[in-house]
Design a binder for this molecule. Structure first.
Ligand code: PMT
Length: 411
């Protein structure tokens, strides 16, 4: 697939080399076209090195135009992707203006166009930007994201460029392109987030899981070409592009949704922090505070992970273990007791694990283990998906030669 990757002037341009790598590892040829302001944020030298092609930026560069003119570039592209896309370039495309190479290509191409916006959340919410987004969508231009979260300006809200993996997966889905993802043709089910167990109509028992780890795993699997169903507890995260999300609330609902999704699945990753216990009887009306103390009778919730691993046609089953002490020892106990193929042991506490953008883990299987030091959850998720895929293929006897190099951090 031939991709013209337009890079415009936003701080998210620092993610561009990673995005180029994600597109190229899926088999795409990437021709970068930078605007003048993009050059303020990322160097052409770095981008040329990762894309393997000379960078284009100037509509009036005679030598470059002689090699491949802007019209030829517009024809060459199977898709024009602009990431990051500023509010300014959105407005220019809406107006039909073409003062530079990138917007000229947008005007001259018949290929699909996709924009991954990245800007301050107030700029994104501005009625002018939203009106431009609507016009672009009406014209069939794809808008990928943006995500919600903390921003370079120190504020929080919608406007973050999505993770390069997620953008790459969406681009390949949009074009129906077959990449070279490790999980092409495979089905994965991932659970993520907490569950809520009702005490009465206004109160519930829950935990500190944000869903970030599970969502990152689902995105990483989709980026490798898998058909992913993400069964999600209540979280405050945008739906990742390129996969199906089933929203649930309680452990029982997550159990039912997982068993519905699991049919024909190749791999199951249980990253959700599912309640172990729930109130035996949720009150139908709000409980009044009449007594000095009160007791709740709790009963066990179904163990989703163990029940999937026990299926006759169980998929390759990956559990998580969230522990505050004896992390590896307790995790190995769960690996054996629940009859899992692999378990990801992570320490949780006030300064690690839950509701953060980073994590570390030790992955255990019957006769081995591997440590992953602290990294972003997106990076860790990619490493975990690669390792799970290797072990899945080895277990199924379809490929005992690892196709990936994983940096072993085992001490
Ligand atoms: O969501 P984040 O804020 O990003 O945080 C990530 C995380 C810490 C929640 C995640 O990395 C993690 O560790 N998830 C598993 C949390 C957990 O419930 O661990 P556990 O050790 O209590 O459970 C062991 C395994 O059994 C888990 O795979 C769990 O999904 C599964 N389980 C547990 C109980 C239950 N009733 N059903 C289950 O399937």
């Amino acid at each position: 697939m031939n991709i013209v990757l337009g890079i415009t002037g936003g701080i998210a341009a620092y993610k561009s080399p990673d995005l180029v790598r994600r597109l190229r590892e899926r088999g795409a040829e990437v021709q970068i076209v930078m605007t003048a302001s993009a050059e303020e944020f990322v160097t052409g030298t770095a981008l040329q090195a990762v894309s393997g092609r000379p960078i284009r930026s100037n509509l009036w560069d005679k030598e470059a135009e002689a090699a491949m003119s802007h019209i030829e570039l517009a024809r060459w592209a199977d898709i024009v992707l602009i990431a990051p896309s500023t509010a300014e370039v959105m407005a220019r495309i809406v107006s039909g203006g073409a003062p530079d190479l990138l917007t000229t290509i947008c005007l001259a191409t018949e290929a699909p166009i996709a924009l991954a916006p990245a800007m301050n959340h107030i700029m994104w919410s501005n009625p002018a930007t939203q009106a431009n987004r609507e016009v672009l969508e009406e014209r069939g231009i794809h808008i990928i994201g943006p995500g919600i979260g903390s921003q370079a300006c120190g504020e929080t809200g919608p406007g973050r460029m999505l993770d390069p993996d997620a953008i790459a997966a969406t681009v390949f889905n949009l074009t129906g392109g077959k990449g070279q993802g490790l999980l092409e043709g495979r089905k994965l089910v991932v659970t993520a987030g907490p569950t809520r167990e009702a005490i009465d109509p206004v109160r519930y028992i829950t935990n500190r899981s944000s869903g970030k780890m599970g969502y990152a795993i689902a995105s990483a699997a989709a980026a490798q070409g898998a058909d992913v169903i993400l069964v999600s507890g209540p979280v405050n995260l945008p739906e990742p592009p390129g996969l199906r999300v089933v929203n649930v609330e309680s452990a029982e609902q997550m159990y039912a949704a997982t068993h519905e999704a699991i049919i024909d699945a190749d791999i199951f990753v249980s990253a959700a922090a599912v309640a172990d216990y729930r109130p035996e009887n949720a009150a139908l009306q709000k409980i009044k505070k009449n007594e000095e103390s009160m007791s709740l009778v709790l009963v066990r919730c179904p163990d989703i992970l163990a029940s999937v691993a026990a299926l006759d046609s169980a998929p390759f089953t990956v559990g998580f273990a969230a522990e505050t002490e004896n992390v590896a020892e307790y995790a190995r106990g769960k690996l054996e007791k629940k009859n899992l193929d692999m378990i990801v042991a992570n320490r949780v506490g006030p300064d690690c694990g839950f509701d953060r953008d980073d994590n570390s883990a030790t992955v255990l299987w019957s006769d081995g283990e591997q440590n992953f030091p602290v990294s972003s959850k997106a990076r860790l998720a990619r490493d975990l998906i690669e390792l799970a895929t290797q072990r899945f293929l080895a277990a199924r006897g379809t490929d005992t030669q690892p196709r990936l190099s994983i940096i072993s951090t085992k001490d």
